[in-house]
Design a protein around this ligand. Structure first.
Ligand code: NAP
Ligand code: MG
Length: 399
């Protein structure tokens, strides 16, 4: 059979166990079927160090140019890694660098199989969380207030003081915090959410606490509504999907009673907390995909998990590991499908669908890596190594 041709995507290689799996996925599941066309950037820690992290910046620029990227998990260095890899510097998180360059929002969605049941029994389809990864409590200024006194909020405009408000007249010690956000970031967040909803044809929910936070959270609500009305209402109607806003208390209750199959956009803190709740309730971190979407429609796909260091050290000792490659395979299939959609390359998009189906069918047939076997009580389940799993998927794909 002739291999499927494609336009280039950006390929960002990474570290440790996921780097090993990355190559195995290409050899076993992609190259035999697709004439892989990638612009390759080695974001492995040794090369980031050798290039003074320029490779990460170049890769992010390439993602803006080619519009589609796929990324392997990478080490975010800490003091221990600086020692281990003899680094020149404690380089920044590659994900933070790429997110800043693309001004994007991260969407995390679970990969569901029939074998692994969500803890919430009504959930039939994935719930995707979109987290606004800018500002709020993560960039707050805060103090311990030592004793009685007045706390004020002061804003000084470029042409002088514009307002001053009393926060509280303290009669004893306490705490004080101020936080900020800005319209441009909220607008980018809103556009990324609307773009992503259109790209996956799912409803978009957005929730804040606007009844209590009448300036701050209401600004989020109003900006989303304005951009929706001005730029997306017609596109949503044509795609047969909905946008709706609701108070976060109501959203939480509805999410639990829902069947899933929608995107839930959250402010920074809500998204942090709710994504941990939702991913745990769906099963396993090794089954979460993650895609960074920029407001002007660039897409970077990856697995939500890290480089699986503990397994890598066992691999280095020559032991066979049962590391789950599913989220990394889905990063590739997501990127190939998007390339296919953007270019009208139907065979490429169809290959992405077949690849995902082969993975899910393999798991549903009871063949899975150790992390999933633990979640799956059925007696016919066969735990396999990473290599064994990839071979089983390959067999299905060839059929
Ligand atoms: P991790 O790599 O996600 O692994 C944590 C644990 O979760 C593993 O030890 C393993 O548990 C389980 N696990 C995760 N993915 C798995 C998979 N695919 N198959 C089977 N089990 C899996 O997180 P970490 O150990 O905290 O971080 C390791 C490195 O990854 C760090 O250097 C960190 O900076 C980096 N990281 C990168 C990204 C990214 O690039 N997006 C994200 C997070 C972390 P058991 O050992 O119990 O089997
Ligand atoms: Mg969290």
């Amino acid at each position: 059979m002739a291999k499927i041709k494609m336009n280039p995507i950006v390929e960002m290689d990474g570290d440790e166990m996921t780097r090993v799996i990355w190559q195995a996925i290409k050899d076993e599941l992609l190259s035999p079927f697709v004439e892989l066309n990638t612009e390759y950037y080695d974001l492995g820690l040794p090369n980031r160090d050798a290039t003074g992290d320029k490779v990460t910046v170049d890769a992010a620029e390439a993602a803006k140019r080619l519009h589609v990227a796929v990324k392997c998990a990478t080490i975010t260095p800490n003091a221990q890694r600086v020692e281990e890899y003899k680094l020149h510097e404690m380089w920044k998180s590659p994900n933070a660098t790429i997110r800043a360059a693309l001004d994007g929002t991260v969407f995390r969605a679970p990969i569901m199989t029939d074998r692994i049941k969500p803890v919430v029994s009504t959930w039939e389809a994935p719930i995707t969380i979109a987290r606004h990864a800018y500002g709020d409590v993560y960039k707050a200024t805060e103090y311990r207030v030592p004793g009685p006194g007045r706390a004020e909020l002061v804003f000084t405009g470029e042409d002088g003081e514009s307002f001053r408000k009393t926060v509280y007249d303290y009669e004893c010690a306490g705490v004080l915090q101020s936080m900020f956000n800005k319209d441009s970031s909220i607008e980018a967040f809103a556009r990324s959410c609307f773009e992503y909803a259109l790209s996956v044809r799912q409803d978009l929910w957005f929730s804040t606490k606007d009844t209590i936070s009448k300036q701050y959270d209401q600004t989020f609500k109003f900006i989303f509504q304005r951009i929706f009305d001005q730029e997306y209402a017609e596109k949503f109607a044509a795609a047969g999907i909905e946008y709706f806003y609701t108070l976060i208390d109501d959203a939480v209750a509805r999410v639990i009673r829902s069947k899933g199959g929608f995107i839930w956009a959250c402010k920074n803190y809500d998204g942090d907390v709710m994504s941990d709740m939702v991913s745990t309730a769906f099963g396993s971190l090794a089954m979460m995909t993650s895609v960074l979407v920029s407001p002007d429609g660039n897409f970077e796909y990856e697995a939500a998990h890290g480089t699986v260091t503990r397994h890598y050290y066992r691999y280095l000792k020559g032991e066979e590991t049962s590391t789950n490659p599913v989220a990394t395979i889905f990063a590739w299939s997501g990127a190939l499908r998007k390339r296919g959609e953007l270019d009208g390359n139907a065979p490429l998009a169809a290959f992405a669908d077949r690849l995902e189906k082969a993975v899910l069918d393999t798991i549903n047939a009871g063949v899975m890596t150790g992390d999933l076997a633990l979640l799956c009580p059925d007696p016919d389940v066969r735990k396999v190594s990473t290599t064994g799993f990839l071979k089983a998927v390959r067999e299905r794909l060839e059929k």
